[in-house]
Design a protein around this ligand. Structure first.
Ligand code: CP
Ligand code: NVA
Length: 331
């Protein structure tokens, strides 16, 4: 038996600020309970006897491992379907694929190229679809990133639609990509200012910028988005410096040009100092990481939150699966 219109997670834009904050808080409370020794059965086996199809058209370490582990923790079965295993838009339409797989499973977690691939799956699915990274968005990463911020900057006002992060400043230095877009939406919803430094020609595309800015509507004190081509400008007064690869999956043929065009955008201690980041600035990166976008002196330093951030993908996946699948879109 399936409900007629399941709720999907395509982007953080789909969530109200309260819902987003709740997904982060639920992730935090499961993490505290289970790391504190509670058995997985305390999660009530919400997916017992159920299968989650994981349709991945691109490589993955964190998203795959965290999703498989989280499904297991909820008592379900994760079924990994790589790009050579099924006909995902190759030799079979997305429509047919979606109708068939959703008729046999409780959820589809999909990693795709064009964002329209995952929205098409969702449109025709009888079960919730979770975006596990598209060319435009990475919502599971953003939930994990806000869990990381919530742990790093704890606040007594972390209630309701707020995680108590208001007034914080994030500086994104690098490519304006899928990871940034959902992070920026999360920042706007949580009252966190975000400054983006990307080289000329690699700015946030106009339509995406419009979408990101539109998510401030109805938010009591939305974070501000600013853009520059000068890394030092973005870094000024930032609490957190963030970046990602300069060459996302699917952009491999542009690698040489991108490496040239992004020269000067590497995050280093000197950049933070020159730009005037806050004295106790932190560093985040969704991984996988390459040395060109961030120096070892930062990546492996005590400022770096990258490994707790990666672990938080597990708790984010658990929270999202519970929210969208077990609790049918209510959280
Ligand atoms: N951060 C992230 O999504 O990593 P994977 O590509 O390894 O899943
Ligand atoms: N921007 C990267 C993120 C990988 C997790 C990519 O799309 O390849």
């Amino acid at each position: 038996h399936v409900s007629a219109t399941p709720r999907h997670l395509m982007t953080i834009a789909d969530l109200t600020p309260t819902e987003f904050a709740n997904l982060v808080r639920n992730a935090a409370s499961h993490k505290a309970a289970i790391k504190g020794g509670a058995p997985h059965s305390s999660l009530n086996n919400g997916l017992l006897g159920q299968t989650v199809a994981m349709m991945f058209n691109k490589r993955s370490t964190r998203t795959r491992v965290s999703t498989e582990a989280a499904v297991n923790m909820l008592g379900g079965h994760p079924m990994f379907l790589g790009k050579d295993d099924i006909q995902l838009g190759v030799n079979e339409s997305l429509y047919d694929t979606s109708v068939v797989i959703s008729s046999m499973t409780s959820c589809m977690v999909a990693r795709v190229g064009p964002h329209s691939d995952v929205t098409t799956l969702a449109k025709h699915s009888s079960v919730p679809v979770i975006n596990a990274l598209s060319d435009d968005f990475h919502p599971l990463q953003t939930i994990a990133d806000f869990l990381t911020l919530h742990e790093t900057f704890p606040s007594s006002s972390a209630i309701g639609a707020s995680l108590g992060l208001n007034g914080l400043k994030v500086a994104w230095v690098g490519d304006a990509n899928n990871v940034l877009f959902d992070l920026a939406i999360g920042c706007i919803k949580m009252g966190v200012d975000i400054a983006v430094a990307a080289p000329k020609g690699y700015e946030i595309p106009a339509a995406m910028k419009q979408l990101i800015l539109s998510t401030a509507k109805g938010v009591e004190s939305p974070g501000k988005l600013t853009e520059t081509t000068v890394p030092e400008e973005a870094v000024k007064d930032a609490n957190v410096l963030v970046t990602d690869t300069w060459v996302s999956m699917g952009q491999e043929t542009e690698a040489q040009k991108r490496l040239k065009d992004f020269a000067g955008f590497q995050i280093t201690n000197d950049l933070a100092k020159r730009g005037g980041a806050k004295e106790d600035w932190k560093f985040m990166h969704c991984l996988p990481r390459h040395p060109e976008e961030v120096a070892d002196e930062v990546f492996y330093s005590p400022r770096s939150l990258v490994f707790p951030e990666a672990e938080n993908r597990l708790w984010a996946a658990l929270s999202a699966l519970e929210g969208f699948v077990v609790n049918k879109g209510k959280f």
